[in-house]
Design a protein around this ligand. Sequence first.
Ligand code: ADP
Ligand code: MG
Length: 475
Amino acid sequence: MIVCAQDPISQLENAIAEKVGPQRYKVWFKNATRFTFSNGYLRVGVPNLFIGGWIEAHFAETITEAAHQVTGHRPEICFSIDPALAKKMRKKQPDSQVAFAANNPEREARRQIRGGCVSPPRPRKGRLDNFVVGAPNRMAHAAARTVAEQPGVQYPPLFIHGGCGLGKTHLLQGIANQLKDSRPDLVCQYVTGEDFTNQFVYAVRGGNRDTFQRRHRNVDVLIIDDIHFFANKRATQEEFLHTYNAIDAAGKQVVMSSDAHPKMIGQLSDSLVTRFVSGMVVKVESPDPETRAEILRRKARRMSFAVPEPVVEFVSNGLRTNVRELEGALLRLLAYTQVSGEALTVEVAGRCLRDLIEQTVPVIKLSDIESIVAILFGLTPADLHTSRKTRTIALARGIAMYLARKHTDMSFPEIGRFMGNKDHTTVILACRRIQGLLDAEQDARWVTPTGERRRKITELMEELEEQLGKAGGSS
Ligand code: ADP
Ligand code: MG
């Protein structure tokens, strides 16, 4: 499916390795990515959403640069899940990824201090007028629109939550872009939870706390994406609480997004949770078939790709995952039809997307489960894949495995393989242990930086299942 001549993929991989250095390349790219060029796009296959998200957040610009070096133009990058890659990763690779992710804010801040700069913001493409509205996201879209039209009036604060790839970032960027166009007089600051953390660490180390506070507090609208990144970062939470209070007291607007409901973000301070739920909290659900079909039609139109209506229906019924996956499927169809010269029929689409349709559904659902469980325990999904066995990780991993077994069609070996190459007996034992706790209605106990936490496991499970049910993916 490679469109360019003479193995540009190896050239691209070499160029990336040169830019990011051998260690990062080994941790994040080797065995963990598969690149494909097609029609101006560069598709990056990744084993799971965590790695995709990490690469997108940290290396998107580097990859574009490397591709520019190799091909002479800057392709659009698109990520898609490639389950086969999970098997290819080295056994210890998830451990290195976790270590990297855990150390990142400080390390990143050090790098920025050395370089004397904070990395340039990436372009924000999301717009409210090209967001496809359907029943599952109507409320969130309407709230975003209201805020963009009259910031600070109706909903200070607005909190949008929902599963990965369902359009939260798109909506937040849409607010920022609309404000930039229609209200250039207002100061609108858009930042990710991770950038906020990095900039804060950088400011404290560099003695520039005042500048940091001015930048984030003297605004008309502060938009923070992926605020669950604050879980278990106490100093950042403390700082954000003051930021929040300052903006709120001035009658200005705060908009936030997260993969989970504020109450389900483990280790978020009670004062923050109380403030978050005092405003408008809306959820984006998984798109229904009609919304999926309309998203496909629009994306295809933008790519000038004629997709017959029966194929649109076939793909939107077969791929019930998130919107990012739909984009990946469309790119694959485009590349396939261009290379093979075949006309795009339902039969061709079925052949070309067979593995996605057969495999991605459960894999994506497991990603949703992992993400919700990880956020609750203040971990990253990759923590669940490691071989580390702290009480918190073991409990979180057990709960994720139990939920995967109960709510997906995956077998024990499949769950084990996806969750960091674990043996199927590990999964069986973990599920039994959780079932035992549930039957005995015992307390789940785990450790956080602020001490031991205890919750009745039946209640905990009910809340997680409610999140999952609402998080969709079960359509
Ligand atoms: P999230 O932040 O919830 O993980 P994103 O906003 O990054 O998800 O969405 C993933 C991709 O899907 C983006 O390219 C986004 O533009 C697209 N997308 C999601 N929902 C919609 C929608 N309703 N209409 C159009 N594009 C969408
Ligand atoms: Mg996002």
